[in-house]
Ligand binder design. Sequence first.
Ligand code: HEM
Length: 503
Amino acid sequence: MVNDGTSSALVADILVLVKNNVVLFLVLLVLSRCIYHRYFHPLSKYPGPLACSCTRLWKAWSVYNGHTELDFIDLHRKYGSIVRVAPNELSFASPKAAHDILAPGNGFTKTEFYKAFPPKHAPDIFTETREWKHAAMKRVAVVPYSLASVQKMSPWIEDVQNEFIAKIGEYADSGRVCDLGDLLHYFAFDVIGEFAFSQRYGFVAQERDIGGTIKLIDNVQWYDGIVGQVPELRHVLRESPVFQYLLTLLSPPQVTQMALGEIAKRKKNKTDGFFLEPERRDLLGQLMEGSARDPGKFSEMDVFSVAHGAIGAGADSTASTMQSFFHFILSNPEIHRKLSEEIRGAHLSPNVTWAEAQDLPYFQACLLEAMRLRPAVGLSIPRYVPKGGAMIDGTNYPGGIVASINGWAVHRDALFGDNVDQFRPERWLSGDVRDMKKHMYQFGGGGHLCIGRNLAQFEMNKIIPQLLENFDFELVYPGRPVKSHSTFFVVQSGLEVFVRRRK
Ligand code: HEM
């Protein structure tokens, strides 16, 4: 009795003490958590900034500032190839580590980071973190995304190409300055429209970001990129009803509407199965076909989410890669001259074919080099180490920690030769480059290798040589870097050029 009374009094005293010193207790709590993470946590032996070992806010701040890729290059140059970038996360910059983390079937899984991205109730191939569900969606989606399927969409992709070439011709004829970067972005968006929905959205024709769709995607991805660094907060910052309401006030969910609208139209207008025209086997029709075959494994909701994913993932990524390519080429006169000579001596078809582009070794080297130095994804790709731990680059790491890779840092490893910061396509043209090719992560890797890479490669391999075959380009501001801001993708602007016709 006496003891009970004493301990109750003690508890009451402590509560009063805490109540009167709330701020002090909070500071002590944060401090002791920080000391634990810095000195006693299983990852405490790994180097990294003090702020990173205590909190994930450093990463959120880095994404907020928009230059995560550069921050990660700096971190690895300062601290080495393994850096502790958050209390529970190590960033790896060695190509061998990247291979081990991403290799299919090794048990590493996507983290909560991906849950910050929309659509909220219908994860797509990119945001789905359950491997079994991801595999089920991918089984249906790999068919329309295969190179063979993309090639069958060639006539409609070439329509966009021709419209684009005509548009660039207008700039050449008028002598006006052309924002090639923006136009390439519009081109990539219109290609997605044709490939996914048999729709021409008209970004190229109107030369503008219709409905602010691109801007909206960039802003949402930027916001989600920040929230994804502290995923516990997504319930408040991303998924709460209040936030969802505010979002609809700020901007209608265009991308969601775009995908839903296309599905509704298809159901209403269908003339031949799920396709608008029998020969035109676009992404949406093939997804609907897949769902009709086995709705238990690939539902109507999956059709929506995979189609939605194409809009969100397909344009920024491809545009960013083409913008980097042109900026590098136009900033290096000797490389520009050699590339133009190769393309112009190759007697290409008016609509350059995929096969013709594969026979342009210098062009392929330039494209690889652009993707090495400026991969389109600027944020790190995070994975959970499987329960029970796993080997990464010869060392065992505890299960449950996050292992991440940033393509910008990995692609600057000594494996890629000398002067890794320099744009030097020749590095791809001599000696045995198989190991370098194997360790390029511009499209991610393993079981989560970019599903849209065939489409992206296809359109880039057609439009870039065609542009260089038909026009001479010159930077309006030579020596000025492109402006960039990493959301998830590296969103770029400021690629203004003068254009002249060649023929
Ligand atoms: C040059 C253009 C592109 C680049 C550089 C690129 C890059 C990437 C990267 C690095 C990943 C891995 C992300 C991760 O693991 O977190 C990825 C995944 C993905 N990409 Fe792309 N991408 C490109 C074009 C496209 C296109 C055109 C589409 C669709 C139309 C697309 C759809 C996707 C999807 C759905 C995923 C998730 C794959 C999975 O987790 O299985 N991408 N992409």
